[in-house]
Design a protein around this ligand. Structure first.
Ligand SMILES: C[S@@+](CC[C@H](N)C(=O)[O-])C[C@H]1O[C@@H](n2cnc3c(N)ncnc32)[C@H](O)[C@@H]1O
Length: 170
């Protein structure tokens, strides 16, 4: 089963919408098995990934909340289904912002329990694009529960949504 709703087709969609120039330097935070990194490399980007439990040898082992990369190292940061799982979305956004060059883009698809606009604004991003994928997320999550593959994380009570967002570092 895909590790995020929509699988690699959705990663491609995110990149299409962002329309980053070829050779942009992109970091995948919570890169898992590295499918998005491989796709980005095939598409002509300079891409790498970091994960606390990497499932490919070309993904660097590390914490997305404190990556150790120098500030302003990347043109874009991509993350799919990892900020929420990290347990600290505000810190993940703060680290993404630190890693980006001025006007750099954050391509994020994830679960949200708060207003994504306010969250991004609070972390120093202008929201450029928003797509609500909550319906797709519900189907994905039910399927994962059914297969006993749901990510075990503490789900708080409250209204949850799944969004694809593009934020620009202000
Ligand atoms: C649901 S998987 C998504 C993986 C990948 N982004 C994808 O969509 O295929 C969430 C990933 O986030 C990683 N992760 C969770 N917390 C992390 C942290 N603090 N630092 C780095 N990676 C983390 C997990 O190890 C896992 O690979």
């Amino acid at each position: 089963m895909n590790a995020h709703p929509g699988g690699i087709a959705h990663t491609r969609h995110m990149l299409n919408i962002a329309a980053l120039p070829k050779k942009s330097c992109i970091l995948d935070l919570g890169a898992g098995a590295g499918e998005a990194v491989k796709l980005m490399q095939v598409l002509g980007y300079i891409a790498e990934g970091i994960d606390c439990a990497p499932r490919a040898d070309f993904i660097r082992q590390g914490d997305l909340l404190e990556t150790g990369f120098a500030k302003e190292s990347f043109d874009a940061v991509l993350s799919q289904c990892a900020f929420f799982v990290s347990g600290n979305v505000p810190q993940a956004l703060k680290e993404a912002n630190r890693l980006l060059k001025k006007n750099g883009l954050l391509l994020l698809s994830d679960v949200f329990f708060e207003d994504p606009f306010l969250l991004l604004k609070g972390a120093g991003f202008d929201l450029l694009y928003q797509e609500d994928l909550t319906g797709q997320w519900r189907e994905y999550y039910l399927e994962a529960l059914w297969r006993e593959e749901a990510v075990s994380c503490c789900i708080p009570k409250g209204k949850c949504s799944y969004q694809f967002l593009i934020g620009r570092k202000c």
